[in-house]
Design a protein around this ligand. Structure first.
Ligand code: EPZ
Length: 421
């Protein structure tokens, strides 16, 4: 298993190009199941989760043509499509459940593995299943699989999500695109990956997806979708992560390939800790402060609140602040796996229920560390960059799931980091 060896401390300087968005690409790849014609998707990030989703779509019988240079793929429907999404693929990449809605609305049946839990939480799919049931899907759960079908075309319905869920919103939109009649979804997740990218992708192909309220979307079912080529947006969490890299290391970074308007909440927080930030079209210029100020309380919220996917990264940053901060994690039940590892680097953090008290003024000392989940792992990289001495981060396959060539991007801006197999 690969590991990273990082020698700190370093101050980053230079330019970073943000890759395509993992969390926009996954539902867009799942949406390719809805098409009879070929679909070309560009700017896909070269990360493990995308490879897994492509393997899943291929296993359903679609042909995948990769154009490595342009980070793009062409997905072509064949004559022998089947509707089985195996545990072996879905267990490592929970977003595999996003093929359920498209398979049932297009092929009237599906057998998809339950995603299974992970370190950050149980990851149930009840909101997905309830919404699809309201559209006419019938299902039973047996031996870890959802056995789903619909006697005829799914029918448009009015659905109010009991809780805001990214995946359930995506699954319901995808299932409604080819349903008969109008679907109204209320209390939707409104991440840019959904409200901008997935919506624009589907409408460019002839779907009728209209956002009529902050969290309300209307979908008028259509008969079919037409052949398109689409370029995916930049990765919001990778961009936020590199903004933290500059802030924690008194760095000076130009971050290209992401629209700063979509991460206003995060950038305002970084300004509060002392970062100097200028934003232009698709460019963020950020200078880290000599003294990092603490923040009394940060609470993770659904978009456009502070994202849970940047919680671990901000915890590493606030360990360096000149006072106590509190982070409250309200989205997942167990997303503090990075705390024990940050303590190994010298952090002073206590946890009570879903709140972490970060006492700040930490001088990280290099240590041997263990990755646990995608974002916790990158938090360890951030802390190691500014730690005194050498850190070794094990099991970085977690990182490879969601960050494209992160060690190359970090080396290019002055971090002493090596991947060791
Ligand atoms: C998406 O996961 C993201 N993944 C996650 O990013 C992100 O952390 C999460 O949204 C929240 O923003 C992708 O987009 C591929 P949810 P998802 O449904 O859709 C509970 C990363 O690092 N819930 O919004 O699974 C759930 O357990 C990943 O890129 C139910 O109870 O998140 C959680 O507590 C990690 N029942 C909360 O809702 C359901 O049916 C939010 O989950 C669905 C969700």
């Amino acid at each position: 298993m690969d590991k990273f060896v990082i020698k700190g401390p370093s101050k980053v300087k230079g330019t970073v190009d943000i890759s395509g968005s993992k969390n926009a690409s996954l539902p867009i790849l799942a949406a390719s199941i809805l098409f009879d014609e070929s679909v070309e998707i560009n700017n896909l990030p070269k990360v493990k989760d995308i490879d897994t989703m492509l393997l899943l779509i291929q296993s359903l019988g679609f042909k995948i043509k990769k154009n490595k240079k342009k980070n793009s793929v062409k997905i072509i429907k064949t004559k022998n499509i089947h509707t089985f999404a195996p545990y072996s693929l879905v267990k490592t990449m929970r977003a595999g459940i996003l093929v359920l809605g498209p398979l049932v609305t297009k092929f009237k049946k599906a057998k998809t593995s339950l995603p299974g839990g992970c370190l950050i939480g149980a990851r149930p799919i009840n909101y997905h299943l309830n919404a699809l049931e309201k559209l006419g899907m019938v299902y039973k759960i047996e031996k870890g699989y959802v056995h789903a079908s619909s006697h005829s075309n799914l029918k448009g319905a009015k659905i109010i999500f009991p809780k805001i869920s990214v995946g359930a919103t995506e699954n319901a939109i995808l299932a409604s695109v080819l349903a008969s009649g109008k679907t109204i979804l209320k209390n939707c997740a409104i991440e840019p990956e959904i409200k901008h990218d997935l919506t624009n992708f589907l409408n460019k192909a002839g779907a009728k997806v209209t956002w009529t309220g902050k969290r309300t979307v209307e979908i008028i079912g259509v008969k079919s979708l037409k052949k398109i080529s689409y370029t995916v947006m930049g990765d919001r969490i990778e961009c936020g992560t590199f903004c933290v890299v500059a802030t924690i290391s008194q760095g000076n970074l130009k971050i290209k390939g992401f629209d700063a308007k979509l991460i206003k909440t995060e950038l305002n927080l970084l300004k509060r800790v002392g970062a100097k930030i200028k934003t232009y079209k698709n460019l963020i210029s950020i200078i880290g402060p000599k003294k990092i100020k603490n923040i009394k309380l940060i609470e993770t919220k659904e978009y456009d609140g502070f994202p849970t996917d940047l919680q671990a990264q901000f915890m590493s940053l606030l360990c360096k602040a000149n006072g106590k901060s509190i982070i409250s994690e309200s989205i997942f039940e167990n997303r503090f796996m990075h705390v024990a590892e940050l303590r190994r680097l010298g952090a002073k953090i206590t946890i009570k229920n879903n709140k972490a008290n970060i006492f700040g003024n930490t001088n990280f000392q290099g240590a041997e560390l263990m990755s646990s989940d995608l974002r916790a792992s990158v938090a360890l990289v951030l802390a190691s960059i500014v730690a005194n001495g050498t850190s070794v981060i094990n099991r970085i396959y977690h990182l490879d799931r969601g960050y494209e060539s992160i060690e190359k991007k970090l080396s290019k801006i002055g971090v002493d980091i090596k991947r060791v197999s």
